[in-house]
Design a protein around this ligand. Sequence first.
Ligand SMILES: *Cc1c(COP(=O)(O)O)cnc(C)c1O
Length: 468
Amino acid sequence: MKYRSTRGGMQPLPFSEILLEGLAPDGGLALPESLPQIDAQVLESWRTLSYPGLATEVLGLFIDDIPKSDLSRLVHEAYRPGVFDAEEIVPLKPLSDGLSLLGLSQGPTLAFKDMAMQFLGQVFEYVLAERDTTLNILGATSGDTGSAAEYALRGKRGISVFMLSPHGRMSDFQRAQMYSLQDANIHNLALKGVFDECQDIVKTLSGDLAFKSRYHLGAVNSINWARIAAQVVYYFWGWLRATTGPGQQVSFAVPSGNFGNILAGHIARSMGLPVRRLVLATNENNVLEEFFRTGIYRPRSAAQTQATSSPSMDISRASNFERFVFDLVGQDAAEVRALWDELARDGEFDLSYLQPEFEASYGFVGGVSTHADRLRTIRSVHESTGVLIDPHTADGVKVAQQYVEPGIPMLVLETALPAKFSETIEQAIGKPAEPPANLRDLASLEQRVEVMDCDVELVRRYIEQHAA
Ligand SMILES: *Cc1c(COP(=O)(O)O)cnc(C)c1O
């Protein structure tokens, strides 16, 4: 299988050639030239597979330049008890009224990003060893992504991680989780500034092409195709666990920000998985909900983006959205280029003439959940089922409830565990969420972090001294 760009300006490349790249050279995003199709018979033959067994089959469809036996080993290393706190890796947890949670947050950082990142850590190390080279991951984080990357890349040969975070602006839990890592290849730099300033330093250093190539700088951001591919697996898994035979339909509800998680659902559906609806849930930052309702895509500025109690969905510009638009416009790369030119010029584009297709052809519907909805949903799910859900998952449950249909299981993707966002939990039910047993003493662990002024030259020097 070869990969092309949504903007049409990249020669087709195999998986391992796009793995370590960010944007395609033409500014677009990598996508398979064509998607593998899975028929009912193959799907039924996958029912008895374990999670890593299924992941080997699904990822094998996207990766043909790593031998299957090696891929299987990497996948079994990534998805095993000990890394994930559930025997089945991704448990299905029934709630009520036809809703279930797809438990994607059993990994080391209690959020669904571990699902993709744990695979990325394995496959990065493998490909770097094959090529006898090294990689320095530079990123900025205000929470989930940075910690998931660090837990996935800790101790990996040939890789160092430099993660910038705003000093004093993360929750105690997030700080303890990241800064307690003692691995020599993990570098936490707490900068005396805000997240956007950390992000600017990353952009400056990655934009310095001489520095970038000399130190093999890379990123693990949400546009990485390997992350999307790894996420496709759990849509298949969810369908297999929620159905008993061929052709039965399932709907998925997805708390969304950068459009990475739900894009994987769109890919799975396009491969022939019997998915009825893909329910996109946003918080108050409803750029994507607005698009699915009106057909107009109008990203917001940072200043127009609200800080909400589901912070991992506080995104103004959905970095993976271009991959879906590529399909919407009939995989016409020239049309994608024209739309993104329009976006740069006018700050929006209009696909309202295609709006009826969103649900009819692609199964997409959307909805918004607010702070009050979040609190009410956390409380009511807790009262009626005893299950405690996190604020992001609550946004998913709230919007899913609008679209439940008799006889069709509705799986809500559990994108984080409540212990990670205990303040909002306390507001909802009057008491904090219990951390998982293995993390109870997290706060007392020694922390390892370099505090420095928000200065690009200080960060540059630090990388020069500590690069892999
Ligand atoms: C990243 C994240 C999301 C949003 O996922 P996207 O792939 O960006 O749409 C939702 N919930 C949590 C907890 C997250 O960490």
